[in-house]
Design a protein around this ligand. Structure first.
Ligand SMILES: [Zn+2]
Length: 270
């Protein structure tokens, strides 16, 4: 794994695993920070197969390290692979509000299936293939305030950055100036405001200020390419502008409108 401008190794300690499968055109990111003793995995992808990929890279980066996981939020694209890690005895940390039900999970699978364009594939229930071997598993370790992890020679800070959901966390690696933001930041996609209200979007603006004050040089957003250098401020400014416009208007840019009858219901699940 090379440390160039496109590789998954971002810095001395940090790696991004980008482009994990999700409902097209979305893909979702994960990553990990490697200490001398502990490797902290950030998010587990949307399904067991994504988790297998993340687990494989995280294990290979420093064999022999213990692994732990932190979820950046409660939506299934970030926690879908939790079961894969828990089945291997690996602790999964997450915000105390990350408590999903089997009904939530089955509704997610049904929504995936409904979005399949081809009727024969829809009727065949091909969404089940995407979720092969995937079991809903909530975090077994709870976070309700800012938390530090000592990975051995490397300290990582878990910061509360709510707004997209009340459960959003960011993972800051100060020595490397790398920040994993989950969906508090998004690159190239429109941020998903549909899981909240204008009150939540104001809270999200405060989280953006918090992120900015860290002055990260590399950001792994929840979705889209890794942002480096000047790109970091661009994606912060872009998300802030969308939030400010939505607060002024009173609805999100992706809200279902009466004038758009073909738009399917959106759950804001990304
Ligand atoms: Zn997401």
């Amino acid at each position: 794994m090379r440390s160039d401008n496109s590789g998954m190794r971002l810095s001395n300690r940090c790696y991004a695993v980008t482009g994990l499968g999700y409902s097209a055109p979305w893909c979702v990111n994960a990553g990990f920070a490697v200490g001398d003793n502990l490797t902290l995995v950030v998010d587990t992808g949307g399904n067991a197969l994504a988790a297998q990929t993340v687990h494989g890279y995280a294990s290979a980066a420093r064999p022999g390290n213990h692994l732990q996981v932190v979820n950046t939020e409660k939506h299934f694209d970030h926690i879908g692979g939790n079961g894969f890690f828990r089945e291997r005895g690996i602790d999964v940390w997450g915000h105390v509000g990350t408590v999903r039900t089997e009904e939530d999970f089955q509704a997610e699978i049904a929504e995936f299936n409904d979005s399949i364009p081809n009727q024969a594939r829809r009727e065949r229930g091909e969404a089940r293939a995407f979720f092969h071997g995937t079991h809903l598993v909530n975090p077994n370790r709870q976070i309700d305030s800012d938390t530090r992890f000592d990975l051995g020679g490397c300290t990582v800070e878990i910061l509360l950055t709510p707004g997209h959901t009340a459960t959003n966390l960011s993972v800051w690696v100060p020595d490397d100036e790398v920040l994993f933001t989950g969906d508090c930041l998004i690159n190239e996609y429109l941020p998903n405001l549909d899981a909240g209200t204008p009150v939540d979007w104001q809270i999200w603006l405060e989280s953006l200020k918090r992120i900015e004050s860290l002055k990260p040089t590399i950001v792994v957003a929840g979705h889209g390419p890794v942002a480096r250098g000047n790109e970091v401020q661009v994606i912060v400014d872009t998300v802030r502008r969308v939030l400010q416009e939505s607060i002024a208007r009173g609805y999100s840019p992706t809200a279902n409108r009466a004038s758009d009858p073909l738009s399917p219901p959106n759950s804001g699940a990304a």
